[in-house]
Design a protein around this ligand. Structure first.
Ligand code: NAP
Length: 526
């Protein structure tokens, strides 16, 4: 396969007639790959109409058909050759090993969703038997199952060109739910997007599904996003990226005549708390793990540990010195895009210009295009609370240490934090009372709470929560990673006194899919 710079509208490959753009190789700061023409309003309408047409048949595919399709997609991606790695590396500056690893993760999550669909559990089948003799009124026969919301618009992130992009978690969880998908490719990795999009096209063809089950649009600017989110055929949005981008889509979706949900996973500073006995007993081990987590992938993870919160002490000063020394000898890394690099430099410069902030790392100038250096700052908790800008995410390997006088100050600081994707507590048994008090506060702030670890690296599993209170996510009730991600694109329907022949199989009387179901408040296998 070689990339052609074309939009994918159903099974067609179409030259976009809007303004053109090329990917930029951030390592060389030069254009790379074919020229992409942006989609026009007519292309967006075509993709959405196709998705709407596909919805009728796609949502009625059996769990086995849909699972087979997802397995086929995983096979197609597995078969992709070196071109995927070469193109993704040149568009992102990420090393080949990282892209290969992400390919494996993407395939793994597609196969996990195939299994999820097969189990039928995602439909949480629930049945309440009729009680015809109940007084004063009889109870009808009630059965609840789930239907997909309708076609979903997906916006991928720059930092996971495979796992959070065209065939990533949002797309695959929507497809698993029975929803066709229209993806607006991230402009930083169009070639990677096209390759993954074609794998989706092929899997759809292999499985004889409606061609409109998937389309891929490119855009140099923001028009396509607006046209897509406001198109009446689109019934939900999945987004991973910046707070500004997520909020723009939320506003568009809310202003529609028929508002639709936007499931946006946005930024986070991911506080890491280091409690006193953990600091006393394993400072060096912590310094090692913390600096590795902060600098991994040039710090370009939404789970990057950008805040380190501890009680002030001479041991904390030594720890800060140890971390700074490690950061100072960390090699510079290329950032994903010139825009992300510019933002990083601007945000670091803004911090450097502030009074009363201590800078612990040396400020080196870049030796190659778009390369960043890690930074470490510290402030008092008082100052942090008085200046909201100190709590803003710096996307890259920069961290702020917040020095608290005591546990009360730490708890007060925590109550004033914004919503987070993750929060981490480092503690020893002697710290457990403080950890418990902290945990009670953090449950209200974060989607995932870790102990004695580091937040980068998000397991794709059933219990995972990758989300959190605003502004970490637009809707704190869901997750964009793990099997529960499917729930975002489903809505419950209650079937009352429905004739047996008209019931969905998941809730039919003979339990023909042999599912675990909630029957009159008890599971049928209890
Ligand atoms: P981004 O700039 O928000 O871009 C994501 C997608 O949204 C792109 O397709 C982009 O279009 C589009 N977009 C951005 N602003 C828009 C607007 N105002 N209106 C319409 N569409 C818009 O995100 P990014 O490039 O991945 O930047 C990294 C940021 O994402 C960081 O802040 C990071 O924390 C966050 N992030 C969060 C997660 C998470 O799981 N929560 C994961 C990864 C990254 P273009 O292609 O034209 O730019």
């Amino acid at each position: 396969m070689s990339i052609a710079g074309k939009l994918l509208l159903g099974q067609d490959q179409v030259q976009g007639q809007g303004s053109s753009f090329q990917a930029i190789n951030p390592a060389t700061h030069t254009e790379t790959g074919p020229v992409y023409g942006s989609a026009t309003q007519a292309d967006v309408n075509k993709a959405c109409t196709l998705a709407s047409e596909a919805f009728g048949s796609y949502r009625r595919t059996s769990p086995e058909q849909r699972a087979h399709f997802l397995d086929r997609l995983a096979d197609r991606i597995e078969q992709l050759d070196e071109e995927l790695v070469t193109v993704a590396c040149s568009e992102t500056g990420l090393p080949a090993a990282r892209i290969q690893g992400e390919k494996g993760r993407t395939i793994g999550q597609i196969r996990m969703f195939a299994e999820v669909v097969r189990t039928g559990l995602w439909q949480s089948p629930t049945l309440d038997s009729a009680l015809p003799d109940r007084q004063p009124l009889p109870r009808p026969d009630l059965r609840r199952s789930y239907v997909p919301l309708g076609p979903v618009a997906v916006f991928g992130a720059s930092n996971f060109p495979l796992a959070f992009s065209v065939a990533g978690g949002d797309t695959v969880s929507a497809l698993a739910a029975g929803a066709p998908v229209v993806v607006k490719a991230h402009s930083a990795h169009p070639g990677t997007s096209e390759i993954m999009g074609r794998a989706l096209q092929q899997a759809i063809k292999d499985c004889n599904l409606h061609p409109g089950t998937f389309s891929l649009l490119f855009d140099k600017g923001l028009e396509v996003a607006e046209q897509l989110v406001t198109n009446p055929a689109i019934k939900a949005v999945g987004f991973t990226g910046s707070q500004a981008g997520g909020e723009a889509l939320m506003r568009l979706a809310a202003a529609r005549p028929e508002p639709i949900p936007v499931f946006a996973e946005m930024g986070s500073t991911n506080p890491v708390y280091l409690l006193p006995d953990a600091l006393n007993t394993r400072a060096s081990e912590f310094a090692e793990g913390y600096s590795a987590s902060l600098t991994m992938g040039a710090g370009q993870f939404c789970t990057n540990p950008g805040l380190l919160i501890a009680i002030d002490s001479p041991q904390l000063n030594s720890l800060i010195d140890e971390i700074s020394q490690k950061l100072d000898v960390t090699e510079s890394q290329t950032m994903l895009t010139p825009g992300i690099y510019r933002n990083y430099v601007q945000k670091v410069d803004k911090l450097l210009s502030k009074k009363d902030i201590t800078v612990h790392t040396s400020c080196k100038s870049a030796i190659a295009a778009n390369q960043c250096h890690p930074m470490l700052f510290s402030v008092t908790s008082e100052l942090f609370l008085n200046d909201n800008s100190l709590g803003e995410e710096v996307f890259g390997p920069s961290a702020m240490v917040v020095r608290c006088k005591n546990l009360d100050e730490m708890l007060n600081l925590t109550r004033n934090l914004e919503g987070q994707l993750t929060a981490t507590i480092h503690c020893q048994p002697k710290d457990h009372d403080s950890a418990e008090a902290l945990l009670h506060e953090l449950e209200l702030k974060a989607g995932r709470i870790l102990f004695n670890g580091f937040p980068t690296g998000v397991e794709v599993s059933h219990a995972m929560v990758h989300g959190g209170p605003y502004p970490a996510a637009s809707d704190s009730r869901g997750t964009s990673v793990g099997s529960s991600a499917i729930q975002r694109f489903l809505r419950p329907v209650c079937y009352q006194n429905t004739p047996e022949t008209l019931l969905p199989q998941t809730i039919d009387s003979k339990n023909s899919l042999n599912l675990r179901r909630l029957q009159d408040g008890r599971y049928n296998d209890q």
